[in-house]
Design a protein around this ligand. Structure first.
Ligand code: MN
Length: 335
């Protein structure tokens, strides 16, 4: 337990949160993690390091719909998110200027059009160097946030990708559509948005519709660590593999895509394509903490379906995932 105490100097926070003792967490209009709305960030709070926005779109699902209500549920649950990470000993508000940028425009009947609209919205948010954290919505919206992230990175930099999910999401097409929550990474690779040789998919488990998805992923060079290797007694070895992957990136810009269905439905029932045999919530948080040292260029948290989420536990876990992502980001900019 004893750790060398870090000297903590009083600092002015880069994100001003409401004082929870004066404005209780159960009061007021909900924004992600109680961050200021983007329009309310004072000049002193600029540039904004991370803009968190909702992508309330779920017309890309192959099974149970309802994730369009995800951003609203995660905003609500995130009122209980606090600022200091015990695991990383970092305060997200001291190191990062954070803002809630509202929700991206969507058109429920038009999937490709909505992805274009979300990408266009995200591409111009806040300041040129602002990084984007999208809260879905189904996993199809990851493609839009990846396009916007790639646009911001510019040049020839294709980010690495850490993908946490029960499914590979590399299906070519479903019902004749090349866009859906089953295909975002196949399209992202084709569009040159990510480097598949520096992509890792974590928490994968069967069954699959066909072996084609797996064949494509393997041929593209994606590293796959199945759920079995990240849970229970196997977890320490699996997490060590994850940490080695992060180290191999040597600080390269990396996108993190977190599908809540990576977590077992016993812990995260509120999702549209649940898959038993997944990570516990504690194992999922340990997995995220194992990414320490990663240089995050963008992220998404997707597939929360509030209608199936009794007790709001899935939305609260998703809000906690947002916090863990921001903690990783804060670490890399810690002053
Ligand atoms: Mn997915």
């Amino acid at each position: 337990m004893p750790r060398s105490p870090r000297t903590i100097k009083p600092r002015s926070p880069r994100t001003a949160l409401p004082d929870a003792r004066r404005v209780p967490r159960f009061a007021g209009i909900a924004t992600f993690c109680r961050c200021p709305r983007l329009d309310d960030v004072p000049p002193a709070g600029r540039p904004v390091d991370w803009a968190i926005y909702g992508a309330p779109y779920d017309s890309g699902v192959t099974y149970r719909p309802g994730a369009r209500f995800g951003p609203r549920a995660v905003r609500d649950a995130s009122q209980y998110i606090k600022r200091f990470s015990i695991a990383h000993r970092v305060d997200i508000t001291e190191n990062l200027s954070l803002a809630d940028a509202g929700d991206a425009p969507v058109s429920p009947f038009d999937l490709p059009g909505s992805l274009d609209a979300i990408a266009a919205f995200a591409s111009t948010l806040a300041d040129p160097g602002t990084r984007l954290l999208a809260v879905g919505g189904d996993h199809s919206i990851a493609l839009a946030n990846l396009r916007a992230t790639r646009h911001r990175l510019g040049g020839r930099t294709r980010p690495a990708l850490v993908h946490v999910d029960a499914h590979l999401d590399t299906t070519h097409e479903v019902w004749g559509s090349r866009y859906s929550h089953a295909s975002p990474f196949r399209r992202a690779i084709e569009e040159g948005l990510i480097d598949p040789k520096r992509m890792i998919s974590l928490g994968i488990r069967g069954p699959l519709n066909s072996r084609d998805d797996l064949d494509f992923a393997r041929a593209a060079g994606i590293t796959i660590i199945p759920a079995d290797e990240l849970i229970g007694a196997a977890a320490p070895r699996g997490l060590a593999r994850v940490a080695r992957f992060v180290k191999s990136l040597r600080g390269a810009p990396t996108y993190l895509s977190f599908d809540i269905d990576a977590v077992d439905p016993a812990f995260a029932p509120g999702t549209g394509t649940p898959a038993p045999g997944g990570l516990s919530s504690a194992e999922a948080l340990a997995l995220l903490r194992a990414l320490r040292g990663v240089n995050l260029a963008g992220a998404d948290v997707v597939e929360v379906l509030p209608d199936r989420d009794h007790a709001g536990m899935t939305a609260l876990l998703a809000a906690t995932v947002v916090f863990e992502i921001l903690s990783l980001a804060a670490l890399s900019t810690a002053r």
